[in-house]
Design a binder for this molecule. Structure first.
Ligand code: SAH
Length: 240
């Protein structure tokens, strides 16, 4: 079980199972093996932390990022629009850093993930191990050559030319299944939607704009530095 140190500024440090001490920019924290869960520990410079169990989301926020990952706000819309749940079978391409795939594998029945680049494939393998993910089947394969799985509930495309995979996705989706595409630019969205063909319904294209606020005494206002653009999400459904 992974543990974590957290302080009142929301600074967090993951504590590996076998670690007895940790060097942080808040000083050295010793005797971690002896420390009880949910108890307070102090660094040699007097900073106080609480030792808690690290949850999935704590470990998730520390995954290795090589390819540009899908942010959590966008993962949220994918889950809710397609109704992903513990019975869902999903295919995704490309895996990238595995951010989307690992999150979905934590809530779905199975996620099959295709990644063409070996270096990214290896990053995802490390992230799977770091998170203790069991339901993700990772393949170092070109998605354009086809998916092996059939009758799946949802296919999610996050690669530069999603329109090239419409037919590949169609062969693997069940009738009624969702094809989701995630792209940063408008021309990609246009080409994808225009090339869908009559086998798919275009349900909607949307972007999620998350605006975080500062709340400190009476200074209650949107943060000055907002997160910039991530991507457009297009939801479609196979009807034939
Ligand atoms: N959704 C991912 C990020 C994907 S980045 C995440 O959340 O981490 C896009 C990835 O698609 C890159 O890693 C790229 O190597 C991969 N890719 C591009 N073309 C591909 C193809 N034909 N088959 C499989 N993967 C491909």
């Amino acid at each position: 079980m992974a543990k974590m140190l957290i302080n009142d500024k929301n600074k967090k440090f993951i504590v590996k199972d076998d670690a007895d001490e940790l060097h942080t920019n808040y000083g050295l924290i010793k005797n971690l093996k002896k420390a009880k869960l949910n108890s307070k520990v102090k660094s040699n410079t007097g900073h106080e932390f609480t030792l808690i169990k690290a949850d999935f989301i704590d470990l998730y926020r520390k995954i290795k990022r090589k390819a540009q990952i899908i942010p959590l706000k966008d993962i949220g819309l994918i889950i809710t629009e397609t109704g992903l749940n513990k019975d869902s079978i999903v295919i995704e391409a490309g895996a990238g850093s595995g951010a989307l795939g690992c999150f979905l594998a934590k809530i779905c029945s199975k996620v099959y993930s295709y990644e063409i680049r070996e270096d990214f494939y290896n990053v995802v393998k490390k992230n799977i191990e770091h998170l203790g993910i069991e339901k993700l089947v990772l393949k170092n394969k070109d998605a354009k050559k086809g998916f092996n799985e059939k009758d799946v509930d949802v296919v999610i495309l996050d690669l530069p030319d999603p329109w090239e995979l419409i037919n590949v996705a169609k062969k693997s989706l069940k009738i009624g299944g969702f094809l989701v595409s995630y792209s940063p630019t408008v021309p990609q969205v246009m080409d994808f939607v225009n090339k869908l063909g009559d086998g798919f319904l275009h349900l909607k294209t949307a972007e999620i704009i998350e605006r975080e606020w500062d709340i400190k005494d009476r200074k209650v206002r949107p943060k000055s530095q907002a997160i910039g653009h991530s991507g457009f999400l297009t939801f479609t459904r196979k009807i034939k």
